[in-house]
Design a protein around this ligand. Structure first.
Ligand code: HEC
Length: 177
């Protein structure tokens, strides 16, 4: 009985201490200052397990190598992602540079992550990071096209990226003239 009461007191002190810490404003929420190691560990464990768990049953289409699909994906990427994530030969813009966590280089992500995870993240976004959910505005087909493009990023040179930009611009010019 005595032991149970002591345990309850310790838990109550911890809860009150945690609330006082939250209320105090001691934690620096500035995006200029990195999180401490404990916060980083909590956030990355929560994020990695959530993404893995929620994307494990997603069926990956078998046409991700299709060149038309890759081109559709490129035009979305070039419009919506390059500002934050950059591309071969293109650094991220002022918004991307100021974000914390910093938007990663997606060539590395595409090498390390299965297509199902790239799809889930692009569709759902990631809370409290600046990574938007594109599922609110884009169909699954278009998101798979973006994934198809991301899978090409690890081997893409800056010359190839700028050639795609030129081809895309010519197509848009043709359509608007
Ligand atoms: C406003 C900035 C912003 C835009 C625009 C943006 N992202 Fe992100 N993205 C982020 C940030 C910040 C992260 C890092 C989140 C984290 O560390 O948890 C991220 C993470 C990701 C990841 C996970 C990568 C990894 O290695 O963990 C993928 C995949 C991704 N973004 C794809 C995209 C795609 C595809 C687009 C365009 C359709 C896009 N993002 C547009 C900010 C952005």
């Amino acid at each position: 009985m005595k032991y149970a009461i002591r345990t309850l007191i310790v838990i109550a002190v911890l809860i009150i201490g945690f609330i006082l810490f939250l209320e105090s404003g001691i934690y620096n929420i500035s995006a200029m200052v990195p999180h401490n190691k404990l916060t980083l560990w909590v956030i990355s464990t929560l994020k990695n397990n959530s993404i893995e768990h929620r994307s494990k049953d997603i069926k990956v289409p078998n046409n991700l190598n299709d060149s038309t699909l890759v081109k559709i994906g490129f035009s979305h990427y070039n419009e919506m992602c390059v500002g934050c994530h950059g591309a071969p030969g293109i650094p991220s813009n002022e918004i991307g540079k100021g974000l914390y966590p910093h938007p990663p280089n997606l060539a590395h992500s595409a090498k390390e992550m299965p297509a199902s995870e790239l799809f889930w993240i692009t569709k759902n976004g990631i809370k409290m990071t600046g990574m938007p959910a594109f599922g609110k505005t884009h169909s699954d087909d278009n998101i798979w096209a973006i994934v198809a493009f991301m899978e090409k990023l690890p081997t893409m040179t800056k010359e190839q990226y700028s050639a795609l930009q030129k081809a895309n611009k010519n197509k848009v010019d043709e359509m608007t003239n």
